[in-house]
Ligand binder design. Sequence first.
Ligand code: UGA
Length: 460
Amino acid sequence: MTEQTDAPTTDETVEPATGRRLRLSVIGTGYLGATHAAAMAELGFDVVGVDVDPAKVAALSAGEVPFYEPGLPELLVRGVDSGRLRFTTDLAEAAAFADVHFVCVGTPQRPGSNGADLRYVEAAFEGLAQHLTHDALLVGKSTVPVGTGARLAARVREIAPAGLRVELAWNPEFLREGKAVQDTLTPDRVVVGGASEWGDDLLRQVYARAVADGTPFIATDLPTAELVKVSANAFLATKISFINAISQVCDKAGADVTVLADALGHDVRIGRQFLNAGLGFGGGCLPKDIRALMHRAGELGADSLVDLMQDVDEINMWQRQRVIDMAVQACGGSVLNRRIGVLGAAFKPDTDDVRDSPALNVAAGLHLRGAQVVVFDPKAGDTGKRIFPSLTYGASTEEAVTGADVVLVLTEWPEFRTADPSALLELTKPGATVIDARNCLPVDAWREAGWTYRGLGAAR
Ligand code: UGA
């Protein structure tokens, strides 16, 4: 391992005790870890990122981000070129190198259960603890069920070499895919649970820039920090399911849910964000986090939350069925051998992530009912193909809509919102219907161009 001394140091990156830059490790280099590692190097720290996947480590070491995240490639290249950021598959190397270790590995839903699969988190903490050679702060950033941190802290104490100061804290992450760089460099809050005075000092040093810019630093206990994270996602999910339930009433009553949401949003107690009715939430976080919360709340006997999350999940999943039903209806009762153009595969715009994507779920549902489905997504075609290879993927919006009886807009990419409806209608079968499942198109322009327009809870 070479000593890295060429990069400029700033006061906030230098450890007062040793006079050298604070060294950080980031375990797990997915959306969260890769972004955190690159952002920490950008702030001036020496960082090593660790992943079990050698292909990912090779790509990141070469300055290539193995997924689509705006702004991250530039940040990664700057970090690698500066000599402050490198990647390895060797956890022992990271344990020997860093003072503060951030665990950013995935906590997916356990197969056959609503609970979270904690095996990667446990392996990361246990592996680090085994290999430590000097005092270290182990920081969990992964989203975990409440109670995990306390259990891991006890385990780490058992395993870590005697005589070292080894502590654990939880520092949940609130970044959004598509905005990960901005959210990591300028978070809207820093939450730290379970840190001693020593751990608190180290983390205040890590987040010194944000704190100096006025970002609230909330120091609390482990369970509160763990619960802040899952409650935030549960609240966002609840907001989305609430507006989707209202959109169903709007459909029945002839009201317009978008105008309604705008009007609600003017009330600062409510706010306009996360009130876009449509196909509902997906992705690698919200769905599995509300299920893990449901599961954990059940274990703890907090039954009201179990019921609430169950309803939120059901409303959300029902939106997918609602859009499938709309497509069936637009095809006159059956989609068998009908051509359906699907615009969007990613779970939201500005990402190529298709984990639990509502768009792909609907596309696959129609395909299974015998429709000829052609999907186009500006970034998520390849990732979509990997999990749903049986669908046909077009190379453009035009290719997806050509010959279509019905066109479905399932992810609100800007290029779909700004597409020319007249030009597209020339490519479809005569009298085609567009189902705007994200309520994102300029309705009047599409109607004037001759489309039969259907939105969700869109009276117009
Ligand atoms: C979410 C949270 O927003 C982050 O704060 C959190 O850090 C992250 O999960 C995580 O736990 O790691 P993300 O999964 O990137 O972030 O996606 P969101 O922007 O929250 O969108 C989630 C889903 O909700 C998308 O499918 C989106 O289309 C849908 N959505 C969002 C709506 O249907 N309506 C809305 O009004 C807003």
